[in-house]
Design a protein around this ligand. Structure first.
Ligand code: ASP
Ligand code: MG
Length: 402
């Protein structure tokens, strides 16, 4: 059997017509001799709708009921695609996480996959069924439904591929390729044919919504090549592959952004590190992911600033309210964005930071927080400046078509 895992995202299954289009694509693949294993996301907009419902009742609740609610969108699209295939004479097996033993930990809304019963999946294929699997969901040891974090269907797909030792995993989406920047901000961004796991992980972590970060981590660990491509076009898209497959690394491969950055500033904070240790421990206990942290000395004492994403804001507020004395002032800056440049080439070429900051300076764009790693530089700026910064950055690093 030529097993290929194929994941279709929310826009690919966003309407009944599109679901039929996916069914037709699967039929073409069957004719070509492939044995497809299909993973689907919820119809576009559905997960957001469900999250809004929960938040209206209680913005801080996270637990089995939350995950049960937000996982339900995938159940709908799995069933609809299975019906569409049956109608066209193809035997399809709709599958939820519990049926495949997609076991996760108990960190609701951000669960991690621990194991999958790949043999069961292969058996369905042997019996002549096309398995249609709900992305994004798992089950914990107490049989509660869990979810893998926003965009988590990608992770389901790659984890399934790993569980059956597949070499490739296809991710079908509404864009034709990974680009050097988000085309909504940078209309003349270039398409990338190959991107290394490491760069893609940074890009996903820095706000590129193209692929879920965990999916790239798992792909790197098991050596699965991800082919990201459009549901609506036949041509190839972008391959996410081991670094060794890429001959020459440009200095900067892409500019990415996250427009949902919130910055918390605490001032004045107690001297010494034990305060920091306690605070970040409490945030971690609520599974709040803290991104950039800076500390500075001012005339009126220490100032601490850190950034988190929008999703975690209600939880962070709660922690701060419970743990800070009234002398500490908290300021929350909402309309912030993080802009980053990523590239393996940065490792052995100096000067990227210089160009990065000169570009921001030339655009008169103030920077609030900064962080760097071996292959990326990020700055938190105001959301108003994001488009300008992204376009200027793309030009400065030759990431646009001319
Ligand atoms: N439906 C989920 C979400 O919107 C998972 C996914 O689309 O990958 O985040
Ligand atoms: Mg996605």
């Amino acid at each position: 059997m030529n097993l290929v895992v194929k994941k279709f995202g929310g826009t690919s299954v966003g309407t009944l017509d599109r679901i039929e289009n996916v069914a037709n694509r699967i039929i073409e693949d069957l004719k070509r001799g492939e044995t497809p294993i299909v993973v689907v996301s919820a119809m576009s907009g559905e997960t957001n709708r469900l999250i809004t419902l929960a938040e209206k009742l209680d913005p801080t609740y996270r637990g089995p009921a939350y995950d049960m609610l937000i996982a339900s969108g995938e159940q709908v699209s799995v069933a609809l695609l299975a019906i569409a295939l049956q109608k066209k004479g193809i035997q399809a097996q709709p599958l939820l996480a519990y049926q495949l033993g997609i076991q996760t930990d108990k960190i609701y809304s951000k669960a991690r996959i621990q194991k999958i019963d790949g043999a069961k999946l292969i058996q369905y294929c042997r019996d002549g069924f096309v398995p249609i699997v709900a992305g994004f969901q798992g089950v914990d040891e107490d049989d509660n439904i869990t979810t893998l974090g926003r965009g988590g269907s990608d992770t389901t797909a790659v984890a399934l591929a790993a569980s059956i030792n597949a070499r490739d995993c296809e991710i079908y989406t509404d864009v034709a390729a990974v680009c050097t920047g988000d085309p909504r901000l940078i209309p003349n961004a270039k398409e990338l044919y190959k991107v290394s796991y490491e760069e893609m992980m940074e890009m996903a972590g820095l706000g590129s919504k193209v692929l879920h970060i965990r999916c790239v981590e798992i792909a790197a660990k098991f050596g699965i090549r991800i082919h990201l491509r459009s549901t609506f076009e036949e041509r190839e898209g972008t391959w996410i592959v081991p670094e060794g497959e890429i001959m020459e690394n440009p200095l900067v491969t892409a500019v990415t952004h996250d427009a949902n950055t919130f910055v918390f500033t605490l001032h004045p904070t107690p001297e010494g590190t034990s305060f920091l240790a306690e605070l970040f421990q409490k945030l971690a206990a609520k599974n709040v992911i803290v991104d950039i942290i800076t500390q500075s000395q001012t005339e009126k004492g220490q100032r601490l600033a850190f950034s988190i994403t929008k999703e975690d804001v209600p939880l962070a507020r709660q922690v701060l309210k419970e743990s800070l004395g009234s002398s500490v002032q908290v300021e929350i800056m909402e309309d912030m964005a993080k802009i980053s440049v990523v590239g393996l080439g940065m490792r052995n070429h100096p000067g990227v930071a210089a160009t990065f900051f000169k570009t921001l300076a030339d655009g008169n764009i103030p920077v609030l927080l900064v962080t760097t790693s071996e292959i990326k530089i990020s700055a938190v700026i105001s959301n108003n400046h994001l488009t300008l910064a992204a376009q200027k950055m793309a030009q400065a690093f030759s990431l646009v078509n001319i």
